[in-house]
Design a protein around this ligand. Structure first.
Ligand SMILES: Nc1ncnc2c1ncn2[C@@H]1O[C@H](COP(=O)(O)OP(=O)(O)OP(=O)(O)O)[C@@H](O)[C@H]1O
Length: 452
């Protein structure tokens, strides 16, 4: 049943009602008298059906989410032999969804049955009232027959419209969720604001009295009175115990979140005034611990960093990232299609493709979030070597667990409980025998134990 069919039915109903008036205004008035009652009952039932449809829709989304999560993390599911458990979870969710949909189907069925009963009641009522009007000579038998034929047309049209209502209820709730997302306004705009021209961008970053709590956990202050100055072109490393807030510093610089207090500036411009699309698309290259690749070719994965880049530029970025050689060794080279989430390449290869992807933007600022921590020694050396090449001439913020990789950083800042506790070069901090020195001792001990 389409909307145009619904409109046709409605026009037919209106036309027939006009004919009914022409045949017998009195009988038509009696019939129309019951309409307000029907409208009130119909509206009430419609809103009950809408809420049932919303419930059913929600259960369908939940079961899809369960399946999506299990399939998306299939290796973890397999590694823990959780297939049965996941199936049970999905089965349970599908059962709930089925129950809600059966309830909705019954509701819509009952509504349509009620509507039909009512419409048939109109025909019977017309016969009864018409019979009475004939007996009082207010109507002729022929008129009653024409009236009944027109009433049946109205009945059929209204029955079709009640079918359409069932579709409208389902479609409306499904569409409402889509429109909810379409109308959703991001707290941080996706684009708009100042851009610093490439040639005047020095990449000097200042965190000044920054405090921050994640929106989902407002009671926990992750950064408090955090101050950090990164001169243009220098390498600053953040080190410290897990959970200290190092990655949060990177997320704030990418403006995934806005600071709760204080400010972050790039070349003196507050981050909130800069165009986020320019900031993330051109100014900053972000290489995360677990880079995400897409199920497309290696070429397109690298080009993701700058869609207008030529094939030659992609290859040049790959060469700089120490990725060219292994890509060329694939039978289809740059045309090799990576599996979903890049599962068909090793961790180190994935990392180097991600470096090439960040590099192709030619960003003035680089953020490396523990980029080498998940790799073996050989891959780490290749990735480290690539990184050393690419950080030259760029302001770089390295978030590192392995202190050995950041010894040459211009400034090392030790972060603990959302604040910077110590800051200086490796030699200076080592001489201080404070937190950095303790971390280093701990790591050396761990490395010794691991090598035995
Ligand atoms: N999305 C989030 N919502 C709420 N709290 C979060 C969120 N992400 C991180 N946190 C909390 O913020 C604190 C700092 O986390 P962050 O990831 O910045 O630490 P980190 O120093 O980078 O740790 P690691 O070295 O383990 O990566 C932690 O206590 C963490 O639980």
């Amino acid at each position: 049943m389409t909307v145009s069919q619904g409109l046709k039915a409605a026009t037919q109903a209106v036309g027939c009602i006009i004919s009914l008036f022409a045949v017998s205004p009195k009988l038509t008035m009696i019939m129309i008298g019951v309409i307000p009652v029907v409208v009130v009952i119909g509206t009430g039932l419609g809103s009950i059906l809408r809420s049932m449809s919303r419930d059913a829709q929600e259960e369908i989304s939940k079961s899809t989410a369960v399946a999506d999560e299990a399939l998306g993390n299939i290796r973890t599911v397999r590694a823990f032999a959780m297939e049965r458990k996941e199936l049970e979870l999905y089965g349970g969710q599908v059962d709930k969804s089925r129950a809600k949909n059966i309830r909705l189907g019954l509701g819509i069925g009952a509504f349509q049955a009620g509507a039909n009963l009512f419409l048939n009641g109109i025909v019977l009522g017309s016969l009864f009232a018409g019979g009475y009007l004939i007996s009082t000579k207010e109507m002729r038998a022929g008129d009653l027959i024409s009236f009944l034929v027109a009433t049946q047309m109205v009945e059929r049209s209204l029955a079709q419209m009640s079918l359409l209502l069932g579709h409208v209820v389902r479609g409306h709730t499904a569409g409402a969720r889509v429109f909810e997302f379409i109308d959703y306004k991001p707290k941080i705009p996706v684009s708009g604001g100042k851009k610093i021209p490439f040639h005047s961008l020095m990449g000097e970053i200042t965190f000044s009295h920054v405090s921050f709590s994640y929106p989902g956990r407002k009671q926990q202050t992750v950064l408090e009175d955090f101050n950090l100055h990164i001169p243009g072109g220098k390498v600053v490393a953040l080190v410290g115990l897990s959970g200290g807030g190092k990655s949060t510093v990177a997320f704030l610089l990418e403006r995934f979140y806005d600071v709760s207090g204080g400010s972050i500036t790039i070349d003196g411009h507050d981050l909130r005034q800069l165009d986020p699309a320019w900031l993330r698309g051109q100014a900053i290259g972000f290489i995360t611990q677990e880079p995400v690749l897409f199920a497309t070719t290696v070429m397109e994965n690298i080009r993701y960093g700058r869609p207008e880049a030529t094939d030659a530029e992609v290859m040049e970025a790959a060469r700089l990232a120490n990725a060219d050689r292994f890509i060329q060794s694939f039978p289809k080279g740059y045309a090799t299609v990576l599996g979903e989430r890049g599962v068909t390449v090793s961790g180190g290869q994935k990392q180097r493709i991600a470096i090439a992807r960040a590099l192709i933007k030619n960003p003035s600022i680089l953020i490396l979030d523990e980029a080498t921590s998940a790799l073996d020694v050989e891959s780490e050396r290749l990735v480290q070597d690539a990184l050393e090449k690419v950080i030259k001439g760029r302001t770089t913020l390295v978030i590192a667990h392995r202190l050995s990789t950041i010894r040459n950083a211009d400034i090392i800042a030790v972060v603990s409980k959302g604040r910077i506790m110590e800051m200086g070069s490796h030699t200076e901090l080592n001489a201080q025998r404070g937190l950095y020195w303790e971390l280093m001792m701990k790591q050396e001990l761990e490395d010794d134990l691991n090598s035995k």
